[in-house]
Design a protein around this ligand. Sequence first.
Ligand code: BTN
Length: 277
Amino acid sequence: MPSELKYPGDGHIKSGDLSSENITANLLSDFWGKVLCYGAVNSTNTLAVDLSLKYPESEIAIIADSQVKGKGRLGRAWVSPPGCNIYMSVVLHTEIAPEDATLLTISAAVACASALRNKCGLDVNIKWPNDLMVCYRKIGGILTELKSGHGRINKLVVIGIGVNVNSRLTDFPEELRSRATSLKEETGKYFERSGMIADILNELEKWYKKLLSEGRFPLLKEWRRLSSTLGNKVRVTMGTDIFSGFAEDIDEQGRLILKLASGAKMIVSAGDLTELR
Ligand code: BTN
């Protein structure tokens, strides 16, 4: 059983520019059955799993103003200060095969990059697997968690999205400052979060429905178009192993096809990638 939810406001806090009413008002359909906004939470991904039991029939979007234990890829922490950024998790009830779950992460990356490009006019790219980048600095990231046999729900996909919107470089720990950025740092402008969240949710709905109706190829084509990785020399770290090579393509499951100096090809499904310039 999930722990009793300890979060006040039942998903209807108003925190500055963040409110479920403002987000919902900008959605193009009722695809997202529940849009819930909270103040400080541990992690929206963790809360999403609990809330999926409370609302088992709905596609849900959970947004927080800040996270105390924000989770990043590869067991890292995600810095989540209040009042400035987007921390959102969406729950999709899907029958997609576990090996194809990466296609949902890819849908989220394409959706975020498109929404941010349209809103801010920035050249937002995707670094494999799903980092959102502007000028080689990270502006956002995606963490997908797959739960099976959770309560009455068979398969549950939680896609966590973090976007640095109005934070300043000084909000990041010293060691991240040369690698991270925000929309505010890049444009000098302040962005209202509710409208931007609605744009991301509208794009995500569009790409998810396209994936279900047209299959993976239109999505993979768009990912390739937005990728900053393909066609470049890269270094991939997998645990203690490091490989360098040429990022040739992604395969049908979104895995990276790396051409090594020997000419051999290697398929990489997870790892930390650096683009070598
Ligand atoms: C990455 O390391 O690139 C993935 C970062 C994902 C961060 C988001 S913020 C909302 C959601 N809740 C979490 O705890 N993590 C994700």
